[in-house]
Design a protein around this ligand. Structure first.
Ligand code: AMP
Ligand code: TRP
Length: 344
């Protein structure tokens, strides 16, 4: 069998691949956990997974250097604290694999201004950081596409807010394949059935975001008494019924989604159990369930985050293995685009 044929067969045999990333900015929230992080662990046993801490994305907004460095290790520790196994999944920093930036640039040259102009995250972030609407913030979705396409990813576990970015990644893969022949796998999104969009506790029509005020979100590392307090002061409504109605009762619907995501109970079960008992009882039940879910993660986090040697070992191995995978795609891309091969 020719070498190429053998390599192709090997590709067919490999398990489906997963890629996802989280930005190391601020404190991760319950939204990040339910929307993404929890699925990372669920998918680990069946897929070939790469989970990155996407630090190059984080600098599209001005960051304090010392804080960013600390946050990178924090997100890595959280990956490990939710139970990801670095022997099974590649856990690494995006900036440690320069191919992300390289493919990001190449894909920039295949992305239209109009496509980037439509991105709602760009619009939101430009409004929030009006004094720093930089080119990186604008082209961020092409870099995200590069993250995904670099590894011939099949499935991308993300929250609903990233759907538009994933769509661009799919379009870029198809566009590139259309010009140069099959080069990239066209990835699919993997969204949680409940909780793909966890909302702010204070304004339940906006998504829960780590860049908003602390009383609007539950931090994965929030102390139990803080979690309880935040749920107690969550905005609801005045009709005192625990019924799932996102349009008319967004606050209660959000709390029901959280409870359902964490316990696996259906909306009907939740209504049967809590309707008519008062919002106080219901809010405390949500708090109890979230605290029970997060406490073991918090305990493991405390141990892992202080073990710098271990974290360094994980990130180094992860980066080396990821770089080797990325270089396969880059060889192909460089050749197809017409960049001269460098033979050392
Ligand atoms: P980010 O914090 O923007 O890097 O997001 C990391 C991951 O968490 C992405 O997959 C997001 O879609 C997901 N995510 C962020 N906020 C939420 C939310 N409020 N609800 C559900 N998923 C979310
Ligand atoms: N843009 C994503 C966010 O803000 C983070 C991210 C960057 C990502 N690259 C990715 C998510 C690749 C999935 C796959 O949430």
């Amino acid at each position: 069998m020719s070498e190429i044929k053998a390599a192709e067969n090997k590709l067919v045999e490999r398990r489906q691949r997963i890629f996802s990333g989280i930005q190391p900015t601020g404190t991760l929230t319950l939204g990040n956990y339910i929307g993404a992080l929890r699925n990372f662990k669920i998918l680990e046993s069946e897929y070939d997974c790469l989970y990155s801490i996407v630090d190059l994305h984080a600098i599209t907004v001005r960051q304090d250097a010392a804080e960013l460095r600390k946050n990178c290790l924090k997100v890595m520790s959280l990956y490990l604290a939710v139970g990801l196994d670095p022997e099974k999944s590649l856990i690494y920093f995006q900036s440690h694999v320069p191919a992300h930036a390289e493919l990001g640039w190449i894909l920039d040259c295949y992305t239209y201004m109009g496509e980037l102009n439509r991105m709602t995250q760009f619009k939101d972030k430009s409004a929030k950081h009006a004094d720093n609407i930089n080119a990186g913030l604008f082209t961020y979705p092409s870099l995200m596409a590069a993250d995904i396409l670099l590894y011939q990813t099949n499935l991308v576990p993300i929250g609903a807010d990233q759907k538009q970015h994933l769509e661009l990644a799919r379009n870029l893969a198809e566009r590139f394949n259309g010009v140069y022949g099959d080069t990239f796998i066209v990835p699919e999104g993997y969204f949680p059935k409940v909780g793909a969009r966890i909302m702010s506790l204070k304004e339940p029509t906006r998504k829960m975001s780590k860049s908003d005020a602390p009383d609007t979100y539950i931090g994965i590392l929030d102390e139990p008494n803080i979690i309880r307090k935040k749920f107690r002061s969550a905005v609801t409504d005045s009709d005192n019924s625990v019924v799932f109605d996102t349009e008319n009762k967004p606050g209660i619907a959000n709390l029901m989604s959280i409870l359902s995501a964490v316990t696996g109970k259906s909306m009907d079960q939740i209504t049967a159990e809590y309707d008519g008992r008062g919002y106080g009882v219901f809010k405390d039940a949500v708090a109890d369930a979230v605290i029970a879910e997060l406490e073991p993660i918090q305990a493991r986090f405390k141990e892992i985050n202080t073990d710098k040697a271990y974290l360094e070992e994980v990130m180094t191995k992860g980066a080396q293995r990821a770089a080797a995978l990325a270089s396969r795609t880059m060889l192909k891309v460089r050749r197809k685009v017409g960049l001269a091969a460098l033979k050392l």
